[in-house]
Design a protein around this ligand. Structure first.
Ligand code: URA
Length: 254
């Protein structure tokens, strides 16, 4: 098989990896790979940076998806063509509920499909749900690591600013259809905003692939500003939980 266009990867280079860890940020790829064994750089093209590592002696590919559904869908499509079957997003997120604190992690069971890209895989009535065993492994990992965690529904927005009704946007204008949506998601118990889970979960379950999502909290309803400190703490917690969950997943042959 030739080198795939967007990821710049060939089948040989991912060494038979069946599991992928998927951060959005290319800079997070190396951080994850360094927490696995024998991490090494493989390829970098556009927003897609790939390293290969080993967990429990099994090859694991770590690839950045970039921000949002369209680039996430490309990464998953091409990794699946190379033989990957299990996908775990390792992201950052904004909390919607007041009981969630900076640095906590959110483990997604299902996602509100405001991403756009998932509609190219299934009609909007189709639910964006995570693989049960991956959710279980993520919960078990957070418990073992004593990292505060929350399990539930995530809202995946196609945009960071208007779709999440952020007050720090350029125009601060929100179109009518989106006005009031943040308080509605809060009222409906949605835990958090991010931008990739709905695409990942929908496309994986429709394609016969398995997917999960863990995100570290970088902003909250009372602190919208993302600081380097909040980002670092959230990132490290999400990575630790994802790597430990992968170990559990492989150990228990889930
Ligand atoms: N990612 C998002 O999409 N929203 C946030 O508030 C933080 C990270």
């Amino acid at each position: 098989m030739p080198r795939l266009y967007h990821l710049g990867l060939s089948e040989r280079e991912i060494a038979g990896a069946q599991i992928a860890l998927l951060p959005g940020d290319p800079a997070r790829v190396e951080k994850i790979a360094r927490m696995a064994e024998r991490g090494r750089f493989v390829a970098s093209h556009r927003e897609f940076c790939t390293w290969l590592g080993h967990i429990k002696d099994r090859p694991v590919v770590i690839t950045s998806t970039g921000i949002g559904g369209p680039s996430t869908a490309i990464a998953v499509e091409e990794l699946a063509q190379l033989g990957v079957r299990i996908f775990l997003r390792v992201g950052t997120t904004g909390a919607l509920q007041h009981h969630i604190n900076m640095g906590d992690v959110v483990i997604t069971t299902g996602a509100v499909r405001l991403d756009g890209a998932s509609a190219h895989y299934a009609p909007i009535e189709y639910p964006a749900v995570a693989d049960y065993n991956l959710v279980w492994a993520l919960v078990e990992a957070a418990q073992r690591l004593k990292i505060p965690y929350h399990v539930g529904v995530t809202c995946s927005s196609a945009t960071f600013y208007p779709g999440q009704e952020r007050s720090d946007s350029f125009s601060q204008y929100i179109i009518r259809d989106l006005r009031g949506t943040k308080s509605e998601w809060q009222r409906l118990g949605v835990l958090n905003y991010e931008m990739e889970a709905a695409t990942l979960l929908t496309m994986c379950s429709t394609l016969g692939l398995r997917a999960g999502c863990v995100c570290g909290v970088v902003d909250t309803p009372t602190q919208e500003q993302i600081t380097p400190e909040s980002l670092q703490r959230a990132e490290i917690h999400a990575i630790q939980v994802a790597v430990q969950a992968t170990e559990i997943f492989l150990d228990k042959q889930l």
